[in-house]
Design a protein around this ligand. Structure first.
Ligand SMILES: Nc1ncnc2c1ncn2[C@@H]1O[C@H](COP(=O)(O)OP(=O)(O)OP(=O)(O)O)[C@@H](O)[C@H]1O
Length: 603
């Protein structure tokens, strides 16, 4: 049984309280950080520390162990990286010629390792060669691993499994000077199956390290890690919403609909551009990614897919490009989250093996085959810093309220606003349109009730979102037409083709892109899979289908995701791009002159 972690009963110093707020006068300068780090912070555009940074950094600089619980997107990464970097710089000043690894940062996924390493490099951008941080989570040969470790990088970011490999290879020489250990997403690392690795790491690292445990939720797992690694830590329990300004936070909505209406709404929402800005759509199974992508493709709507089957380089590139604004829609699974971690046994284990089955029970053989293909160190709903996401759309509900919290935490980050919309199939409507329905949705109402209770406890409200279904219904015929084309064979083909393409791009072209990084810009992940029958007429919305009062009349709720964009520069960039496109269309300017050129022959 899971138990909520009660810091108050703990012997440790409880530094946080419900009324902990951010003092106006706390600035990065007042935290006493090195001038080079302040330059890095300024370059990142961080004006002031977030609450978790303002509270954790001074304590960390005093050498205290920290156990911090702060909401998703609240800036926990810099809260531990800055004190770590400060410590490395100090050590380098004391012994400029000594190369020694001083910190290990453990994260649950490869995606997160890459992100943390990049953030570290950005914060240390003005430190010259004084700081060397490596991403030790990559799959590399022993030879590469040896060369990576040969100069004892100051900071190693890795998953626990990879960190242990490094420690085993590097031996005492690698760990003897380690003084800091960070476990990011601490509530998650154990559920990723890293327990044995963590036990071994605890034995191998020197005693008396300064430890940081960072998490969005305090659970029994965090308590276990605390016992394993911490010495009387300061516990920071930063309450939800304390560091939000009034406009910040996620507005949460629920839409009750049948399985086929999910597709209908997706068509209408994306085709009529009802979402202003970028959107992450979470689905329950890998096959669902392809079903939805192929379905949207029928209407000329482009999207990218993210799941653990894709090679890690493709996954990282997709997130990077999405953050730059290259793509608007990501359809993702969060497979590690799908194995329910709540007490209720009724919660369907949205097991990976159900995949590809369209509802049937998986055969044992199938189960084995599927699991072998998936990357254990994959994860997108935890920790990944998707930027300026206007809306998180739960096409299929997650299995637990904890997963829900992390999914919706991909929007409204860094004090911005965002929207989360969840589709829920009421029991009465379940069973309708069985061919596409996934078994886990049977329990949607139960799961949603648990999610609502969890959010209510945190003072959050989930409101119903209303669409004008009469207007939406006029699109049904086209939806059904498109859905019919997305057969199981088409899905299977698309899935195989996508993986093949991505592996090709990821592995064979890796060296090419290392040598020609500019070419990466042209590698797109939202291409058409074309596995389903293409029906050109579906790409256009005929005038007679459009609501008389414009597309916005379809929603009776607030603008979807609009608030998130109002604050981001991306909105301006997007508008400028659209404007330029219109101008180019009207004037013909900007077209490829080579393609436009019509040679005249002399008479
Ligand atoms: N002081 C700051 N001012 C403005 N933006 C910041 C600041 N600190 C961090 N950010 C930005 O906030 C976003 C979220 O930060 P970060 O990823 O560290 O959050 P997190 O708390 O670790 O989230 P999660 O729980 O999802 O892992 C990032 O885009 C980061 O660049």
């Amino acid at each position: 049984m899971k138990r909520k972690f009660e810091a108050d009963n703990d012997a440790a110093v409880v530094a946080a309280a419900a009324n902990m707020t951010l003092d106006d006068e706390v600035t990065f300068q007042s935290l006493g950080l090195d001038a080079r780090l302040l330059q890095g912070i300024a370059k990142l555009g961080f004006a002031n520390p977030t609450l978790v940074q303002a509270k954790a950094i001074p304590l960390a600089l005093e050498g205290k162990d920290i156990l911090a619980r702060a909401k998703t997107g609240s800036g926990k990464t810099a809260a531990y990286l800055l004190p770590l970097l400060q410590s490395v710089l100090k050590a380098k000043e004391a012994s400029p010629n000594e190369n020694a690894t001083r910190a290990f940062i453990l994260v649950p996924t490869k995606e997160l390792a890459e992100q943390v390493q990049k953030m570290c490099e950005k914060l240390a951008a003005f430190c010259g060669k004084a700081v060397r941080v490596v991403n030790g989570a990559q799959n590399v040969s022993e030879q590469v691993q040896r060369s990576m470790l040969s100069e004892n990088p100051d900071i190693i970011v890795a998953t626990p499994a990879k960190a242990l490999l490094h420690i085993t290879l590097g031996g005492q020489a690698l760990v003897e000077k380690v003084v800091h250990l960070v476990i990011d997403e601490a509530d998650l690392v154990l559920s990723y199956g890293y327990e044995d690795d963590l036990q071994a790491i605890a034995k191998a690292l020197p005693k008396g390290l300064q430890t940081f445990l960072m998490s969005a939720t305090l659970t029994q797992e965090v308590e276990t890690l605390k016992k394993l690694f911490c010495r009387n830590p300061v516990i920071l329990r930063l309450q939800e919403g304390e560091d939000e300004d009034e406009s910040g936070g996620v507005s949460q909505y629920v839409v009750k609909c049948a399985e086929d209406e999910k597709f209908l709404l997706m068509y209408v929402i994306f085709k009529l551009k009802l979402i202003k800005g970028k959107c992450i759509v979470f689905v329950g199974e890998i096959d669902r990614c392809y079903r939805l992508k192929l379905f949207l493709e029928q209407f000329g709507i482009r999207s990218c897919i993210l799941n653990s089957e894709l090679p890690v380089n493709s996954r990282l590139h997709i997130v990077e490009e999405f953050n730059k604004g290259v793509y608007d829609i990501i359809i993702a699974t969060d497979e590690h989250e799908v194995v329910g971690d709540e007490e209720d046994e009724d919660i369907p284990k949205r097991a990976l093996a159900m995949d590809n089955n369209d509802g049937g029970e998986p055969s044992k053989k199938n189960k084995k085959k599927k699991k072998a293909r998936l990357d254990k160190e994959y994860g997108v709903s935890r920790g990944i810093d998707f930027q300026n996401v206007a809306c998180v759309l739960n096409f299929d509900l997650p299995a637990t309220s904890k997963s829900y919290t992390h999914r919706i935490g991909r929007t409204a980050r860094a004090g911005k606003s965002g929207m989360a919309m969840s589709f829920v199939i009421p029991e009465a409507l379940h069973g309708k349109h069985k061919p596409t329905c996934i078994p886990s949705t049977k329990n949607d109402e139960k799961v949603m009730a648990r999610i609502t209770a969890h959010q209510t406890k945190k003072g959050k409200v989930i409101k119903p979102y209303v669409f004008d279904m009469e207007q939406v219904e006029s699109f049904r015929y086209r939806m059904e037409d498109a859905l019919r084309s997305v057969t199981r064979t088409a899905i299977r083909e698309a899935r195989t083709r996508e993986i093949r393409q991505e592996i090709l791009a990821s592995e064979k072209l890796k060296r090419h892109f290392e040598e020609n990084p500019e070419d990466l810009k042209h590698l797109r992940h939202d291409g058409e899979l074309r596995a389903a029958k293409i029906q050109p007429h579906l790409r256009h919305v005929p005038e007679y289908l459009m609501p008389k009062d414009g597309s916005a009349a379809i929603t009776k709720g607030p603008e979807i995701g609009g608030a998130a964009l109002r604050k981001s520069g991306e909105n301006r960039i997007r508008k400028a791009r659209e404007r330029n496109k219109r101008v180019r269309k009207q004037t013909g300017k900007g077209r490829d002159p080579l393609k436009m050129f019509k040679g005249k022959t002399k008479k």
